[in-house]
Write a protein that binds this ligand. Structure first.
Ligand SMILES: Cc1cc2nc3c(=O)[nH]c(=O)nc-3n(C[C@H](O)[C@H](O)[C@H](O)COP(=O)(O)OP(=O)(O)OC[C@H]3O[C@@H](n4cnc5c(N)ncnc54)[C@H](O)[C@@H]3O)c2cc1C
Length: 491
């Protein structure tokens, strides 16, 4: 008869382990097949900041998710609220209204209950002070609709999910690469798996695919995103090569979403080709709203202050790739350097400090006349007003192209610091079409029997841009639905 599980999950990142946990909760036997060896496990999830975006109407709802907050701490934070309408509006704004309505509704309406489900399962949450708050009048004021991260960030989240899944009876097999789907009379009936000892078939009541996007596959990047993307640095795992997407398409699944789009950010110019497990996400450089960004000719090319960073960062990587040598330089002066995020203080950072703009340009390899001209023009364009990084302060630099819409301070206080960055791809937006129950749909829009998908490999939610913290949330919400559904059909 061979091996058989009620549910086989492909992958072992956030979406897969949420699927496995919910299948086990429903009483199903579950196997997670993971292509990576154990010591490289965790997928992109391991590299994340562990930040989750979810809707809440009042701070008390957030406090309910976080263990051990003292009254003093509660009084010291200003969380505001982030109702479902605000989450929905952010998603619509980021995607120019193109996000699939059903998937958007699932993401938003199940966001809080999924956070609570994960808490009940044993995932621990913490307030994201370091990344999402600025001090104002003795209180930590949170901004951008993003307030919680998993304890220990992506590493903590990944380790915890493995621990919880194993405790729930989920089997995890490493160096087990899914290479194809087996089809039976009622749809998918198993998975073909390649491992160190050869290829075998594992039978399944249902299969939940959660094996990531195709960002680590240079050929697919070049084909779908454009030739320049072949050389982009990959921020996370080298194992997300689009396998699950290809297997499902071969089985008749419908391709969906923004196949020419991806999430890509400013990433250290000297970072390795794939994610570094010790550095995690710290090669990212997300404090550009506090300074200016120029190319190697010293020219600005984005509105650094168009919005809070978590509404612009995911599309600015793409802009960097269009510049000469795919390089850019973030420039700050002594007035804002203290406000830079933690990732600017790692020893591996590509940083130059100088007392003059000319010296900074020479150190960074930027054309000095170009940079001096840009800084002089920028400084002259800065409008008066109060600078406040915790809100859209409207303090702009106008009459230049591009303008800077918020947080514009003249660069006039040495020492000046510059950071060299390039484009780091996070994950791809195109993938499979699923419905609100995470069932994979065929080209006619009908569910393929026994086939579910979740996480990065699902298309239709993100187009062109992305509100930070939505990837883990979408993966958890749809992963949970996939596990539930798969357990239901397989029983
Ligand atoms: C540096 C970085 C920081 C990020 N920070 C955040 C954040 O703070 N918040 C947020 O919401 N999102 C963040 N993201 C986005 C993040 O990628 C997703 O939100 C989420 O981690 C994706 O989870 P997933 O389960 O879909 O994929 P993954 O976690 O990548 O899991 C996919 C798994 O499938 C495995 N696999 C692939 N092919 C096969 C195969 N053929 N057979 C078996 N297994 C296979 C892979 O090895 C991998 O383990 C970040 C991403 C990166 C790279």
């Amino acid at each position: 008869m061979g091996e058989r599980y009620d549910v086989v999950v492909v992958g072992a990142g956030n979406a897969a382990l949420c699927a496995a946990l919910s299948a086990a909760e429903a009483g199903a036997s579950a196997l997670a097949l993971e292509k990576a060896p154990r010591y490289l496990r965790g997928g992109n999830t391991y590299f994340t900041g562990g930040l989750f975006r979810f809707a809440y109407d009042a701070p008390e709802q957030v406090f309910d998710l976080v263990a051990d907050l003292t009254d003093e701490e509660r009084a010291r934070v200003d969380l505001g609220s982030y109702p479902e309408s605000a989450f929905e509006a952010d998603l619509a704004r980021m995607t120019d209204g193109r996000a699939d309505a059903e998937l958007a509704r699932v993401l938003v309406s199940r966001s809080y209950s999924t956070m609570a489900w994960l808490r009940d399962k044993g995932v621990r949450w913490a307030l994201a002070y370091g990344r999402q708050a600025f001090e104002r009048d003795g209180r930590a004021r949170f901004w951008g609709g993003l307030v919680l991260e998993a304890v220990g960030g992506g590493v903590g989240l990944s380790d915890r999910l493995f621990e919880l899944a194993e405790r729930a009876g989920v089997e995890v097999e490493y160096e087990a690469e899914a290479v194809g789907l087996e089809m039976g009379e009622r749809g998918v009936s198993g998975v073909v798996v390649r491992g160190p000892h050869g290829t075998r078939k594992v039978r399944a009541g249902a299969v939940a695919l959660a094996s990531g996007g195709f960002q680590a596959n240079a050929e697919m990047r070049a084909r779908h995103l454009g030739p320049a993307w072949a050389s982009a640095k990959v921020r996370g795992t080298q194992f997300d090569t689009g396998d699950g997407i290809r297997m499902a398409l071969d089985a008749g699944a419908q391709a969906f979403g923004d196949w020419g789009g991806c999430h890509a950010v400013a990433w250290d110019l000297n970072a390795p080709a794939f994610g570094d497990r010790k550095i995690g996400d710290l090669h990212q450089k997300h404090s550009y709203p506090l300074g200016i960004v120029v190319d190697v000719e010293g020219r600005r090319f984005v509105d650094e202050g168009a919005d809070f960073r978590n509404y612009t960062y995911a599309r600015y990587g793409r802009e960097i790739l269009t510049r000469p040598h795919g390089a850019a330089f973030q420039i700050f002066d002594a007035k804002t350097v203290e406000l830079l995020r933690d990732e600017y203080r790692i020893p591996q950072v590509s940083k130059v400090e100088a007392d003059t703009i000319e010296g900074l340009a020479a150190g960074l390899g930027v054309e000095p006349d170009g940079l001096e001209r840009t800084v002089a023009e920028f400084n002259a364009a800065v409008r008066p007003g109060a600078f406040d990084p915790a809100k859209l302060d409207g303090k702009s630099a106008d009459g230049i192209c591009p303008p800077k819409s918020n947080w514009a301070l003249p660069l006039d206080t040495p020492p000046y610091v510059g950071y060299a960055v390039t484009c780091g791809i996070t994950f791809t937006f195109g993938g499979l079409r699923v419905d609100g129950r995470a069932r994979v749909l065929d080209s006619e829009g009908r569910p393929i029997g026994g086939l579910y998908a979740a996480g990065e490999m699902v298309g239709g939610l993100f187009y062109g841009n992305y509100p930070g913290g939505s990837g883990l949330m979408a993966g958890a919400a749809l992963g949970r639905a996939a596990g539930e559904g798969a357990a239901g059909v397989s029983g």
